[in-house]
Ligand binder design. Sequence first.
Ligand SMILES: [Zn+2]
Length: 187
Amino acid sequence: MNKNGEVVAIVPNVRCVECGSEVYIDSFATPYRGELACENCKTKMWVEGDMHAGFNVTRLYASLKELEQIWFLLEPIEQSRMTEASRCYVMAPSMCESACFDALVHILRRVYGGKHELGTYVEKLKKDPELADLHGAISYFGSIRNKVDHPVTISKPLDAESTFAMTKRLILGIARKKADKLRCKAD
Ligand SMILES: [Zn+2]
């Protein structure tokens, strides 16, 4: 009950973007704008809105789950870049994209040698028969080649989301097919 004698309910109104559990927001705290964590799966979300208009819920940190199995093949710098990318993809999309590009360049330099920029390696990837099944992800980076080599434009959250997803796909595929190369360079 509040001080006017009205019964105030804590209304379940936000659902976790990961597991679908209800995330409770105290109606006194609305309109709400801030970070919330799911009690069930601990996923952190950015929540904005109020009881009348509803709430916008965005995943705050992107998942790196897909990379778990090959994480040990990544060098610390690549792991850090991907972790940074996962933590800023909503709030700082340009930084997310540039962290993804850095991680990719680093891995590709280990696989193919040289000190080139990402665009050069995208051309190498296109011609690598071992990676033919990564065609979609490779052509994604081909299509943003200018930005990849000269990341001066401001990214939108959707750009960062696609780039992050494609980077994970590419890293996973490369790590599976080129595990020997990554392993011996790491030793
Ligand atoms: Zn959850």
